[in-house]
Design a binder for this molecule. Structure first.
Ligand code: KIV
Length: 270
């Protein structure tokens, strides 16, 4: 099983692959395909739980889905995303919430949507043995403040802020940095400057790795961000299977003899 140090060692030599998963069978599939990191994203809220944003996702839901993912994985590093307001309100509560993901749910690390408020917390978590992946650029938990899922770091001042925060989180001990929806040239400069790996989503080709949401990749999402690419059409295949099932039941073709059994001892009784 790779550790956060293996991930750091891989940076720069081969692209790091990261994908989300939210349950054991999907995590097993993604793990067997050979992904380096499985993120139990709080995108759980939109992708799986039917919410419009990630904001309603709870710590209990993240712990439960992370535990499910951890049970399905043999090789990949499992990272649990910390949901809205689970960190940053109170240090002790933040540490306990993050600790649950390792202690109770079996994650290897946590990811924090980062900002000035997570620098000291990152340092504290790392001191306590909780590896932290930072996340800068578009942080979807701020959707109400941002007014949408908009590009970040597009002005010099905004880019400088991201550069400063990236450096501060590296100094605080974060083992990797997700960069979301930022200019490719900003991500490339940060990748060059930082020792820790950068993992991009809508951040161009020059990051040390890439991450996408599983449902976007396999074609299960009803909406995909402009920077995502659909690599399959699972929705079409699932719809075909469900429609075939309905048709077989309605026509009497299912269940067939091979799906049923007759008990000889009961013959004549009923
Ligand atoms: O919640 C999530 O899936 C994420 C990734 C998109 C980085 O934060």
């Amino acid at each position: 099983m790779p550790s956060v140090t293996d991930l750091r060692a891989k940076a720069g030599s081969a692209p790091i692959t990261m994908l989300t998963a939210y349950d054991a069978p999907t995590a097993a599939l993604v793990d067997e395909a050979g992904v380096d990191v499985i993120l139990v994203g709080d995108s759980l809220g939109n992708a799986v739980l039917g919410h419009e944003t990630t904001l309603p996702v709870t710590v209990d839901e993240m712990a439960s889905h992370t535990a499910s993912v951890a049970r399905g994985v043999d090789e990949a590093l499992v990272v649990a995303d910390m949901p809205f307001l689970s960190v940053g309100v109170d240090e002790a509560e933040s540490v306990r919430n993050c600790g649950r993901m390792l202690k109770e749910a079996g994650a290897d690390a946590v990811k924090l949507e980062s900002g000035p408020h997570t620098v000291a917390l990152t340092e504290r978590l790392v001191q306590l043995g909780i590896p932290v992946m930072a996340h800068l650029g578009l942080t979807p938990q701020r959707v109400n403040q941002l007014g949408g899922y908009t590009r970040q770091g597009t002005t010099e001042a905004a880019a400088d802020e991201i550069v400063d925060l990236a450096g501060a989180h590296e100094a605080a001990g974060a083992f990797a940095l997700v960069l979301e929806h930022v200019p490719a040239n900003l991500a490339a400069a940060l990748t060059e400057e930082l020792d820790v790996p950068t993992i991009g989503i809508g951040a161009g080709p020059d990051c040390d790795g890439q991450v996408l949401v599983f449902h976007d990749v396999v074609g299960l999402s009803t909406w995909t961000p402009p920077f995502a690419r659909q690599f399959g059409d699972a929705r079409a295949e699932m719809t075909r299977a469900v429609e075939s099932y309905l048709e077989a039941v309605e026509s009497g073709a299912f269940p067939a003899d091979e799906h049923s059994h007759v008990e000889a001892d009961l013959e004549g009784l009923y």
